[in-house]
Design a protein around this ligand. Structure first.
Ligand code: NDP
Length: 339
């Protein structure tokens, strides 16, 4: 029997990655798409071989063939749409940032629990073979005690994405909610630790309009003592990307791993020399979808839960606070935030 997904939002990311990721899972199919522009929704459905387009959210959510939704609208809509989907009994994979505020994220988690539906956040980078391997090696003691980490993930925002991300503060524009939130989520995953405070500076280099930042650097302190430096940008045409963790007994140096594509390399450098670690690359979004379906079937947890979405959002919002206030800012933990 088909397990039906409804798309909330006729988005680029759904078309580029997620429709295929849904279809990669046994018996899963996209059965409907809701767009706030009915004509565009109809065309989008046709282009992507989706049998139905819904003109209202209610229309999509009242469809019994829809058992789960993938929400990839602009960020300010994730909250209300998640609540509506949970109340309709649909499982939810929501894009990052999970919400615009921590209060919203908290409520999304609570309402999904109340309605007994899965809530997952689409932080894809933790599904990469590179990051999963680094997490395993660190937990096995391959670099001794981790001391410091460095993530560089500055890009040139492709022209077709140069819309609301650069212009609309109400939609959560800016590089911090777009990329820093992913980087801090990946750090949390690889280090298996939580960030407790952050100091950051943001940059306005002419791509983001008005107050919208198009570059950021931050230093996070984690609860295991690690300090981690991150760099994100929309304006760097020729930058590469990577992820490093340095410990008492060795360093893990990963290149070209802050990518949507399954690629990149991880090297372990220690007293014995340098060794490239073999990686079994796999499509990041398909791994996330497999974990999501495992959670729906009660056999697994989502790769990134709602709580992960909360924690990574908390760190990103604190990063913005720090840049605005020119202070080091404490990051609220999910555990300390009452549901
Ligand atoms: P898009 O701009 O493609 O889509 C966002 C919304 O904009 C859509 O829901 C759609 O609304 C509207 N829209 C899209 N194209 C058009 C158009 N041509 N004309 C008018 N309206 C349009 O956003 P992205 O796909 O880049 O991002 C969507 C979400 O996914 C964001 O939350 C983002 O942060 C996240 N994201 C996550 C990634 C990941 O790897 N995890 C990567 C990229 C994005 P409607 O259908 O209602 O009309």
């Amino acid at each position: 029997m088909t397990f039906g997904f409804g798309l909330i939002g006729a988005s680029n990311i759904a078309q580029a990655h997620m429709i295929a990721a849904i279809r990669s899972q046994p018996d899963c199919e996209v059965v409907s798409v809701y767009s706030s522009h009915p004509e565009r929704g109809f065309e989008y459905a046709k282009t992507n071989q989706i049998p139905h387009s819904a003109n209202t959210l209610e229309d999509l959510l009242s469809n019994p063939a829809v058992q789960a939704v993938y929400i990839s609208t602009t960020n300010e809509l994730h909250y209300e749409q998640t609540l509506a989907a949970a109340k309709a009994g649909k499982h939810i994979l929501c894009e990052k940032p999970l919400a615009m505020t921590l209060d919203q994220a908290r409520r999304m988690i609570k309402v999904c629990q109340q309605h007994n539906v899965v809530l997952a956040t689409n932080h894809h980078l933790r599904n990469a073979a590179s990051h999963r391997t680094m997490r395993r090696l660190i937990s096995e003691g391959a670099i001794g005690q981790p001391i410091a980490a460095r993530v560089f993930h500055a890009v040139y925002l492709p022209e077709h994405l140069q819309g609301w991300r650069l212009t609309n503060p109400n939609a959560g524009a800016g590089v911090v909610l777009d990329i820093t939130v992913h980087d801090v989520d990946t750090l949390r995953f690889v280090l298996n630790a939580e960030p407790v405070e952050v100091t950051s500076l943001t940059q306005h280099f002419g791509m983001g309009s008005g107050v919208i930042e198009d570059g950021a650097m931050a230093i996070f302190r984690f609860d295991n003592g690690v300090i981690a430096q991150t760099h994100e940008g929309f304006t760097t045409k020729y930058a590469s990307n990577g992820f490093e963790v340095h410990g008492t007994e060795g360093s893990l140096i990963a290149k070209r791993v802050m990518q949507q594509a399954p690629m990149g390399e991880v090297m372990l450098r220690n007293a014995e020399g340098e060794q490239f670690i073999p990686l079994q690359h796999e499509n990041l979004y398909e791994v996330g979808m497999r974990r999501f379906m495992g959670a729906v079937n009660g056999k697994d947890t989502p790769a990134a839960t709602g709580e992960d979405g909360f924690a990574s959002l908390a760190a990103a919002l604190a990063c913005l606070d720090s840049a605005n206030s020119r202070q080091t800012v404490a990051i609220p933990s999910f555990k300390s935030a009452a549901l």
